[in-house]
Design a binder for this molecule. Structure first.
Ligand code: PEP
Ligand code: MG
Length: 328
């Protein structure tokens, strides 16, 4: 990172005209590995719990998971840590839980899989709740939600896990707290269910990676169509804009945790749409902070306005790049 970016590392993330944006990090491996920029973020916006599952040869036990989650929560006890429940399937296979499907991205993924295997889900939630005892900075997030009923069922299981753990610690000094629960907005169907979902959960987080893939019907890992996968596609921008607009009406906190949030141009557009929480890989955080500190909301809004008129991603990219060049 250049000196001018590092110089601003400890300064607040505000635009030149004083709009604050909160930056969070996406984590997966371990607290240590994210250490470099951890201090600069306001917490973890996405902890991909499937990563430690993928690195093992069998399902980690409740105790093993508890230790892992505890480490993560303890690494920033005064900041929120958003743990996403197991999001396997699709491009994220577990070697010890093989799934063979013709269309894995339209198949058994994320919450679909864990609701069909509540024993996996319950063990994970119990581990998270136990790890959170005495800390209280855990938030739980559900991946690949398509229907409101999936949220109801997940919440029922979370309550069940809560009661189980609570019974176990009864009589001790320990206090169990119910964490905030949120959903990933990454399946296009949720665009039309924001009001219903807002009633059920405490926060939203937009998974722009999957949202792009599903809106454009492009497998994000298929090199043959990779050129069509673009978060600057006008349809994706329009969907992102609509999501934040709708969510604000319900006063529900919303973050973007897809790759787009960690790219300077993407971050500026999201900020202009009204997203005030962005979560990204830690190595992008200081760069994004620098860019946000270099712009005004007024200019970013103008850029967004121009970009929303574009017919194709190339035009969008051209305008965004030009803008980034001007700010240096
Ligand atoms: C996303 O889909 O944007 C996201 C953040 O989740 P993942 O990349 O882990 O699917
Ligand atoms: Mg996703």
């Amino acid at each position: 990172l250049s000196d001018r970016i590092l110089e601003q590392a400890h300064l607040p993330c505000v635009t030149k005209d004083n709009h604050s944006i909160s930056l969070f990090i996406n984590a997966g491996l371990s607290a240590e590995m994210e250490n470099t920029n951890f201090t600069y973020g306001e917490g973890v916006g996405l902890y991909r719990t499937e990563v430690p599952f993928m690195l093992r040869e069998r399902f980690p036990s409740e105790q093993e998971q508890m230790v892992l989650y505890r480490q993560m929560l303890e690494s920033a006890p005064d900041k929120p840590i958003t743990m996403r429940t197991l999001d396997v399937g699709g491009d994220k296979p577990l070697p010890y839980f093989p799934i063979s499907e013709e269309n894995p991205f339209l198949g058994w993924r994320g919450i679909r899989l864990t609701l069909d295997h509540p024993e996996i889900f319950l063990v994970q939630i119990r581990a998270m709740l136990r790890a959170n005892i005495g800390l209280g900075n855990l938030q739980i997030m559900l991946p690949m939600v398509t229907s409101v009923s999936e949220v109801s069922e997940s919440k029922r299981l979370i309550r069940q896990a809560f009661h189980e753990v609570n019974d176990e610690i009864r009589g001790s000094e320990l206090q169990l707290v119910m964490p905030k629960i949120g959903v990933m907005l990454e399946v296009p169907a949720v665009l039309y269910q924001i009001p219903q979902l807002a009633k059920k959960v405490d926060f939203f987080s937009v998974g722009s990676n999957d949202l792009t893939q599903y809106l454009l019907a492009v497998d994000r890992n298929n090199s043959r169509v990779a050129g069509l996968y673009d978060s600057y596609h006008p349809a994706v921008l329009s969907a992102l804009n609509s999501i934040v607009e709708q969510s604000r009406r319900f006063n529900i906190p919303i973050t973007v945790c897809g790759e787009m949030a960690g790219e300077p141009g993407g971050a500026i557009l999201l900020m202009a749409m009204g997203y005030d929480k962005l979560s990204m890989n830690s190595h992008n955080l200081l760069k994004v902070k620098w860019v946000i500190r270099s712009v005004t909301m007024q200019h970013a809004t103008q850029l967004l306005h121009d970009v929303l008129e574009c017919d194709n991603p190339e035009q969008v990219r051209e305008q965004v790049d030009l803008y980034l060049e001007i700010i240096g």
